[in-house]
Every structure is written in structure tokens, then in C-alpha cells.
Design a protein around this ligand. Structure first.
Ligand code: EPZ
Length: 417
């Protein structure tokens, strides 16, 4: 894995364009299997997780090719319905292919997706949703064997509004006879984007963005073209980078309403945030101040994916901020690395207490997960001296050319393999 080197404490200035959303592109790539045709996913981000999803599609027999920033998926020739461990392990969210393969083929075989750096990643809600639709699923020594000769529409009530389980249920329901109603569905914008893609393929899906999603069968599905929504977490990352380093940046190709919880917190910290139809501008000239407790919750609350990067922005703020990570069990692995840079953070279970310090200093740090890695880069931009970040392969999973975009905003940052 490569190394990122940052010469910190340089304010950011300028503008950059936000990539397409990773967490929208991945379920849409899985959903393209349902069309049995050619789908064009426009504005698809160039990420290693997208490469992993493309490799799964190719393994299943699809043709997948890039045309500039569009990814063309031809799923007319599906030759397999199993995903080997080597491919499942590369990306935790590959379980999202289960619903689509079941709906298309009537059976699927894939290895249990491993846990990951955020703690255990159970899929019980995925499996109970698919069983409710009529799938017979057995777990034989780490391999999930799924059979569904006929998927039948039903009511599914999710115990928690799981993003992945909502998406898997939507995809499987597209192959079911009769209506499916998904209650306590996740409300993330990426779910609404998936609904839009499915409808463009001819499916009848409605309600995404709310807690009840209905899928009605009927029409034959076909290929389509669909532009992926902007990545709200990448947008938040650049905003937090400018909040940390100071300066004045403008982000284009954004949808500010999708990250209101984050822009509100940034304003509370003392940033000026101006929003337009497709841009967000952040200005920070004065030292930041601590904010009221930050509780991560399902959308539209404060996103768990922004916890680490917002924490990094507040390390030199005046006062103390309490974070409560309510979504994942182990999402503070960036904390010891931030402490190596002079941060004052104490964690106890789901709680982290961040006391602002006068200054951070550069250090050699190691990324252990995607958003934690982005947090280390954010802190390095604010720190005095040189910070090196190892394990940048984690960052490549979700950020297109992060160092290049930050250099375009005036940061002194390089990456070498
Ligand atoms: C999606 O993961 C995102 N990934 C995550 O982004 C994001 O952090 C998460 O949603 C929450 O918003 C993609 O969309 C590819 P969940 P997902 O199912 O679907 C528990 C990033 O950095 N749970 O909503 O896996 C689970 O353990 C990534 O881009 C069960 O208990 O998240 C967690 O505590 C990280 N049983 C909570 O629900 C299940 O069957 C939320 O998980 C499924 C989930």
C-alpha cells in the first residue's frame, strides 16, 4: 500500500468537483444484473471498491467496460450465480449482490462477507428479508447457499434501518410475484438513487427516502442510462479538510440538502457555509470552537461515515466535544493515530471525548479503514510539520485521487507507491 506525505498548516483555497457516490454506484452495479441488458452508469467514481464490484460482475459473466466516467455493464450473458471468497473478501458490501442474483437466477452461492475494520458486520437483516420473500438460505461452513424458485412479494419489517438490507430487499423484490412493502427502510439518499435506477430499468419502486418502500412486479426489465448522485461523504470530507486547515473553498457537483447535519455542525464550530443549487462554499478564518455532542444516527442524522473526519477537524478547536458512535461497534480506530499527532481524545465504548489542543504536530500514522484514513489526512493538513499516512489502499476504496484534489485546493500533499 502507498504512502501519503503532507506538509501541514497551509490554508486551502480554490474549488474542486465532487465525484459520484460510492455508496450509490455499488448497489446500482449489483442492480444492473436485473436488466439482462446493457446499462450505462454515468459519473461512476473510479475507486477500488467499484473495481471489486466490476470484477464480481465479470466473474458472473457480464461484460464491464469504462467509457470515460461512464461504466457500461452488459448483463445479457450471465453464466454463474456464485461469488467466490476471494472476491467476497475484497469488499464487505459485496453481499448486496445476493438479492440481485437471486432475483435473476433463482439461486445464489456466496461466501459470508467478513467483518471489517468497523467491527462485526452481521447480515441477519439481509437474510431474514430474503427468507421472508421465500428464499431458502443455508449457511454451510461460511458459504451461503440460497435457493428461491419463486420469490413472493410480502411485507418486510427491518429491525433497524439497515442500508444494505434495504437495498438487498429492494433488488430481490424486483424478482418477486406480488407487491413487497419494506417497512423501517433506510432513508439514505443512495436508496432513492437506487430506486431511480430501478425505475429507469422499468421496475415499479416507490417510497425511497421515506421509511416505507413498495416494489410492484410486472413489466419486463431492460437496460438504461443513469447518472450517479454526488458523494455526500466525500463532500463532507473536503469541507472538514478546509475547516481543519482554514481557508476558503468551493465544492461543485454537490447536493447540500443531503448533508445538512454536517453543514449545521460546521457552522456551529464557527465555519461560514454558503450553499447554492449545486455548490457549497466553506470559509474558515478564525479558530474553531467545540460543538454540542455529536451523535451518529441513520439518515438524516449525523452520518457515521463523517464521525472520524469531523473529529479530525475539531482537534484544535476551543473547548471539548463529545462524540457518540451509535452505528458501528468499533469506529474509533483512527483515535490512537490522531493522538500520535498530539490530539487529546479519550474513548470509552461508543463515546469519544475530544479536548481541543493548541497545535497538532506531524507524525507517521497508519490508516486502518476508509474514513479513518481520510481523517488522518485531514489532521495532517492542520498539523505543523510533516505527516506521513501509510495504508492508503483503504483511502483508494472511497476517494478518487484525494491528494490531487487537495493539491488543487492548495495543499502540500503527495502520494507515492
Ligand atoms: C452502508 O453500510 C454504507 N456502505 C456504510 O458506508 C455506512 O457507514 C452504513 O451504510 C451506515 O450508513 C455502503 O453503502 C456500501 P448498515 P451497511 O447495514 O449497509 C447493523 C463507507 O465508509 N446491521 O446500515 O453495511 C450493522 O452492524 C461505508 O462508505 C445488522 O445488525 O450498513 C451496523 O451496526 C462504511 N444486521 C448497522 O446495522 C444486518 O443484517 C448499520 O449497518 C445489517 C446491518
Amino acid at each position: 500500500m502507498g504512502i501519503i506525505t503532507i506538509q501541514g498548516s497551509t490554508p486551502l483555497r480554490g474549488e474542486t468537483v465532487i465525484q459520484g457516490a460510492k455508496n450509490s454506484a455499488l448497489p446500482i452495479l449489483a442492480a444492473s444484473l436485473l436488466s439482462g441488458d446493457v446499462c450505462r452508469i454515468e459519473g461512476c467514481p473510479h475507486l477500488s471498491d467499484v473495481d471489486s464490484a466490476a470484477d464480481i460482475l465479470r466473474y458472473l459473466g457480464c461484460t464491464v467496460v469504462w467509457e470515460d466516467d461512464d461504466l457500461l455493464v452488459d448483463s445479457r450473458t450471465l453464466t454463474r450465480c456464485d461469488i467466490p471468497q476471494s472476491l467476497m473478501r475484497r469488499m464487505r458490501s459485496s453481499v448486496i449482490f445476493l438479492g440481485a442474483i437471486l432475483a435473476r437466477c433463482g439461486w445464489a452461492e456466496l461466501s459470508y462477507p467478513g467483518g471489517c475494520e468497523l467491527g462485526p458486520r452481521p447480515i441477519d437483516l439481509h437474510l431474514s428479508a430474503l427468507r421472508a420473500l421465500g428464499a431458502d438460505i443455508s449457511d454451510a461452513g461460511g458459504t451461503l447457499r440460497c435457493r428461491a424458485a419463486h420469490l413472493r412479494g410480502c411485507q418486510i419489517v427491518l429491525a433497524t434501518p439497515s442500508v444494505g438490507a434495504t437495498e438487498n430487499a429492494m433488488l430481490a423484490a424486483c424478482g418477486a410475484e406480488g407487491d413487497t412493502v419494506i417497512c423501517n427502510a433506510a432513508r439514505e439518499p443512495e436508496i432513492a438513487d437506487l430506486q431511480e435506477f430501478l425505475c429507469a430499468m422499468g421496475a415499479q419502486v416507490r417510497g425511497a427516502g421515506g421509511s416505507v418502500i413498495t416494489v410492484s412486479p410486472g413489466r419486463a426489465l431492460h437496460g438504461c442510462a443513469h447518472r450517479v448522485i454526488p458523494d455526500r461523504i466525500v463532500t463532507a470530507t473536503y469541507l472538514c479538510a478546509a475547516a481543519a486547515a482554514g481557508g476558503d473553498i468551493t465544492l461543485r457537483n454537490t447536493e447540500h440538502r443531503q448533508l445538512a447535519a454536517v453543514t449545521t455542525a460546521l457552522r456551529q464550530a464557527g465555519c461560514r457555509v454558503d450553499c447554492g443549487a449545486d455548490y457549497i462554499r466553506l470559509t474558515r478564518t478564525e479558530p474553531l470552537r467545540a460543538v454540542p455532542p455529536v451523535q451518529t444516527t441513520p439518515y438524516p442524522g449525523f452520518p457515521t461515515d463523517c464521525q472520524a473526519i469531523f473529529m479530525a477537524a475539531l482537534l484544535q478547536s476551543r473547548g471539548t466535544t463529545v462524540f457518540v458512535e451509535n452505528i458501528f461497534q468499533s469506529r474509533y480506530r483512527h483515535v490512537p493515530e490522531l493522538i500520535r499527532m498530539g490530539a487529546d481524545i479519550r474513548t470509552e465504548g461508543r463515546v469519544a471525548v475530544v479536548c481541543g489542543v493548541e497545535r497538532l504536530h506531524g507524525a507517521e500514522v497508519v490508516a486502518t479503514d476508509l474514513r479513518g484514513g481520510a481523517a488522518l489526512v485531514t489532521a495532517g493538513l492542520a498539523a505543523e510539520g510533516i505527516t506521513t499516512v501509510q495504508g492508503v489502499g483503504h483511502i483508494h476504496r472511497g476517494y478518487e485521487e484525494l491528494p490531487a484534489h487537495l493539491r488543487a485546493l492548495g495543499a502540500h500533499i503527495t502520494e507515492e507507491n
